[in-house]
Structure formats: C-alpha cells, structure tokens
Design a protein around this ligand. Structure first.
Ligand code: NAD
Ligand code: MN
Length: 358
C-alpha cells in the first residue's frame, strides 16, 4: 500500500485548530479509500517556538521536510511578534527556498454559501488565480538607512526576471488550457509601472504564441477589481504578480462568501521540492482558541494536496463531501452566519466521506 509522507505545520492562532481538523479528514479519506495511507509528521514551528528559541523554525527545518510528499500549513502570525518576522521566518522561509513559484487560488461559490454579490450563484463565478510567488514586489530586496532620523530612506525593490515571468505565465497558460473555458486574463499595471510590467506584457504575448488553443486578454489590475465585481462570469483563469494577485485573491475570497473557505497551493511545478497547501486566511486573533474557525479552507486545500500527489479520486471524494456539508446551513460556522463549531463541520465532512459510495 502506498504511504504518503505529509509534513503538518499548524503554525499559530487558528492554524492549529484547522490543521488538526484537516489531518483528521485526510486520515478518514485514506481509510475510506483503502489503497493508500498518510504518515503525518507534526512540526510545532511558529510564534510559540519563536518565543522559546528565538527563531520561527529550526536551522535545519527545511531539511526535515525536504523529502515529504507535501506540506499542510496553517498560519504564520502571532499577536506578540511583528508580522514581517513571522511571515519571513516561516512561510516565506519555506516557499522561497523550495521554489514554490506558483501560488494557485481557486475560487467558487460552494453550495449553500451566499456571495455578497447580488445575482451570482454557482457556475457564474469559477476562477483560478495564479500568483507569482517567488519574486516581484515581495522579493525581499531593499533596505533602510538613517533609521529614525529625518533623512531616513526605505526601499522595497520589485524584482522581475525574464525567467521568473516566463515560467509563471507558462504555468498559467497550461492551467487555463486544462480548464473547460481555456481562457486566461493576464493582469499587469503596465501604464504606471513602465519597465517590469511592460516586460510582462511582452513575455505574455510570446508565451501566448505557444498556446494557440487558449484565449487570453490583458487587464490593468485596477480595472480587474471592477470586472471581478461587475462581470465575474467573464473571468476564468487569472495570472498576476505577487502583490497584485495577493490583493485580487483576497477580494475573490470575500466574493465567494468568506475568507475561511478559500484554499491555496504553493506549487513547485517541477516537483524538485515539496509543494505546500494552506488556507489563505491567517491566525485570526479575534476568534482563536474559541473552536469556531471555519475549517473548509483547509479541507479545500487538502483537495488540492490530493490532486497534487496524484490521488484525484480521493480529491473529488473530499470535494463532494465539502459541498454536501456547506449545502447544509446547520454546518455553517459564525463567519458564514451560522452557529456550527469547527468540530461539527469536521465531523460532518468525515461522515460524508465515510458515507460516500463509489
Ligand atoms: P486573518 O485571516 O487572520 O483574519 C481576518 C478576518 O477573517 C478575521 O476577522 C478572522 O476572524 C476572519 N477569519 C479568517 N479565517 C477565518 C476562518 N477560518 N474562520 C472564520 N473566520 C476567519 O487576517 P489578519 O487579521 O489580517 O491577520 C492575522 C494574523 O495572521 C497576522 O499576524 C497576519 O500576518 C497573519 N496572516 C498569515 C497568513 C499566512 O500564514 N498565510 C495569511 C494572512 C494573515
Ligand atoms: Mn496561510
């Protein structure tokens, strides 16, 4: 029997609550399937670890997870530690060296969930946003001098490489081609940012020539926010820079009903390093420890993990179980206007997995 090695990194806040639910669901799926199992290693890295050891993860942390089949990640963010320390010390310390350059964020309105957009339901909103995840505005290049003095200077330099832009565009065109509508929107801001963004537009046209069967269009990021709200049905696959897609995908999550539902995969497409799957939300300090975090974003991320490791049947079984549960308002957590607890939703999804036939 095949055993997949999963590294679970719950991190901080509700990350610990939703990842424990996600691991329970993975084990239930393996039991229902019968042809594979999961070996899950838990890593207690994050803010509490930082307070004990002065760093978010051990020095050899990456080596410890280097040969796992996939990583299931919760959230980096602690009330008593600055956000840039937790983010760079854990999440980006994994994403960047593991070259997880494609951040993939599907958005759909699940059954039973109401979008804040009027007149939108089901099929009219079915997007995948591809975010460049290795360079651009979040490259980490920059610095501060004369700190605290009136002449203080600070820079965050956006770095765009031809190789980096080419590979994310190729990934996005391929993904668009695998979806029924074969439609890609390339988002830039090449009117105001007249160097790197103009290069994106040029490379997009070059890469598009390799994919004659994919229809594509270009859009400035500002106009894209309008199109997402006003004409969501005209969008399918979207590709944008690290910063732009970060913002667009939070908007997408809100339009799909709740941040608590949205999943993401940080993908190393070549499979040289493990890929990492996580709900897009953070530590949610306002609800942590209360047992009411919505675990659906983590379950949906587990669907992406299963697709990635090559278990598509288990992935669809889990997606069907999620949809069966969201369709029933008794299992809506407070972020969706309901009263269910994390444990209720988890138990319902596991019951749906166990009761699924085929
Ligand atoms: P957040 O996602 O933690 O919370 C935003 C709002 O959404 C809160 O009101 C929260 O209660 C709600 N929410 C989020 N997830 C939910 C869920 N599963 N169920 C129910 N409600 C949910 O964003 P924030 O408040 O901007 O950040 C809090 C901390 O998390 C910060 O330290 C930030 O740096 C960190 N963070 C980490 C990640 C990550 O690790 N990928 C992502 C975002 C934020
Ligand atoms: Mn996260």
């Amino acid at each position: 029997m095949k055993t997949y090695k999963i590294a679970a990194i719950p991190g901080d806040g509700i990350g610990t609550e939703v990842i424990s639910a996600g691991v329970d669901v993975l084990h239930a799926l393996a039991a229902r399937d019968g042809s594979f199992t999961f070996h899950v290693d838990h890593f207690d890295w994050g803010g509490d670890y930082y307070q004990r050891h002065g760093r978010m993860m051990p020095e050899d942390g990456r080596a410890q997870i280097r040969h796992h089949d996939a990583i299931l990640f919760g959230s980096a963010g602690h009330p008593d530690i600055p956000d840039h320390v937790t983010l760079w010390g854990l999440r980006l310390a994994i994403c960047q060296p593991f070259d997880q350059y494609a951040n993939v964020r599907p958005t759909r309105i699940l059954p039973g969930i109401t979008s804040p957009l009027r007149n939108v339901a089901g099929k009219e909103l079915d997007w995948v946003i591809v975010r460049e995840n290795s360079e651009g505005e979040y490259s980490g290049v920059g610095g501060r001098v004369h700190q605290g003095l009136p002449i203080e200077v600070a820079t965050d330099v956006s770095v765009m490489t031809r190789a980096g832009v080419q590979r994310i565009l190729r990934y996005a065109f391929k993904l668009a081609r695998s979806r029924p509508r074969k439609l890609l929107t390339v988002v830039t801001k090449s009117n105001a940012q007249r160097h790197a963004m103009v290069m994106w537009d040029e490379i997009a046209a070059e890469v598009a020539a390799e994919f004659p069967d994919v229809a594509w269009d270009k859009m400035l990021v500002v106009a894209m926010t309008l199109r997402m709200v006003i004409k969501p049905e005209t969008i399918d696959t979207v590709v944008a820079t690290n910063l732009h897609a970060d913002i667009l995908s939070d908007l997408a999550a809100a339009l799909a009903g709740s941040l608590g539902i949205a999943p993401t995969g940080n993908i190393n497409p070549e499979g040289e390093f493990p890929s990492m799957f996580e709900p897009i939300h953070g530590s949610a300090f306002d609800i942590m420890g209360k047992g009411i975090a919505n675990p659906v974003g983590t379950f949906w991320s587990a669907v992406m993990l299963l697709e990635h490791i090559g278990e598509p049947a288990a992935a669809s079984r889990l997606m069907r179980a999620i949809e069966q549960v969201t369709a029933d308002r008794r299992f809506h957590t407070p972020d969706l206007g309901g009263q269910a607890r994390t444990a209720d939703v988890t138990a319902a999804v596991i019951a749906a997995i166990q009761g699924s036939n085929d």
